[in-house]
Design a binder for this molecule. Structure first.
Ligand code: SAH
Length: 265
């Protein structure tokens, strides 16, 4: 059976068709190929042009047909990376040339990955686009680290935030409002600003002993989890030499790791 026939058997119907001239904006999930959705797999299996991010596992890229053109156009934090306009131009050109295009992005395409901007640009260009949701690192990564995003009696809300403001823009986040919520805070793209973030949250009254965890390369074989506290976090991360991609979680929910991640500190 081909991949598509396998999928059809699983889905109980024909998998959706990626049509020539169409773009699927596909979430690849946090890393582990097992976290792909069936719809993502259907898109990959039909791709003729695959435009992907840096954070995508080679085993996932290998799910596209051998003859598909693979183009890396990603973002590398702090390093030269493809310009958003070039990515959009490549998607538009591929679709206008009548190709079946997959734009593969880490996690969920609409969570902090600029996927919405790409979808809006495609809409403006009149190119049909289908969005295939994916598991976002800030939720799936927590679960993989033994941290529940919400816990009855402990938290009633969870905030997903990015510490990364658009180039040159001032930090638009109201850190003291976030601190006052008293609910778990999950931060993306925070690793290069940990000191400033911890300072802002401490100044806003978040208790210094607030449990904190840094989950690096969540769901992959390289996953690392560092458990610490708000005040110790920047130093502990530096001492451990941890770098991104990582999500940071602050809040009482982190304590659940003691039970949910056997052997955890
Ligand atoms: N769209 C993605 C997020 C893109 S922004 C999603 O929904 O997950 C890139 C940031 O995502 C990284 O800086 C990091 O904070 C987070 N991230 C992505 N993959 C990750 C992983 N496997 N483990 C931990 N964090 C990850």
């Amino acid at each position: 059976m081909t991949r598509l026939e396998h999928l059809a058997a699983l889905l109980g119907e024909a998998p959706p068709e990626l049509r020539p001239g169409q773009v699927w904006l596909v979430g690849a999930g946090p890393g582990d190929p097992a976290k792909l959705t069936l719809e993502a797999l259907a898109g990959l299996a039909q791709a003729e042009l695959l435009v992907h991010d840096e954070l995508v596992d080679p085993r996932i890229l290998a799910l596209a047909p051998e003859g598909a053109e693979r183009r890396f156009m990603g973002k590398r934090g702090g390093q030269p990376s493809a310009k958003q306009a070039d990515i959009i131009a490549a998607l538009v050109a591929g679709a206008r040339a009548g190709k079946r295009v997959v734009r593969l992005k880490g996690g969920d395409p609409y969570v902090f990955g600029r996927g919405a901007e790409e979808a809006m640009a495609l809409a403006e260009a009149g190119i049909p686009c289908r969005v295939v949701p994916g598991l976002t690192a800030g939720l799936a990564g927590l679960a993989a680290a033994g941290i529940p995003a919400t816990l009855r009696g402990v938290s009633q809300a969870v905030t997903l935030a990015t510490a990364h403001a658009p180039d040159g823009a001032a930090d638009a986040l109201d850190w003291s409002a976030l601190a006052r919520l008293g609910q778990p805070l999950v931060l993306y793209m925070a690793m290069r600003r940990l000191e400033a973030i911890a300072e802002s949250l401490l100044a806003a009254g978040m208790p210094p002993g607030t449990p904190a965890a840094v989950v690096r390369a969540a769901t992959t074989a390289q996953q690392q989890v560092l458990q610490t506290t708000l005040e110790d976090m920047p130093g502990a991360v530096r001492a451990a030499g941890l770098a991104g991609p990582a999500v940071v979680v602050l809040g009482e929910v982190v304590r659940a790791r003691a039970l949910l991640a056997p052997g955890a500190a």
